[in-house]
Write a protein of this length. Structure first.
Length: 54
């Protein structure tokens, strides 16, 4: 399952990024590409991790 469609970031890749400390939109973008495109994975405002399905 993709967490970020624009960057084709899958749930395991996203989970790995967050486990390694990428919690902001900027660090997620730098680490796995998530939160750099359309914004659908940013719908949680300042906490994109809070509403993701994992």
């Amino acid at each position: 399952m993709y967490v970020c469609i624009c960057a084709t970031t899958a749930k395991p890749e996203f989970g790995s990024a967050t486990k390694n400390g990428a919690y902001s939109k900027e660090t997620l973008g730098d680490t796995c590409g998530a939160s750099t495109g359309c914004g659908n994975c940013q719908n949680a405002g300042d906490d994109p991790v809070a509403t993701l399905p994992f």
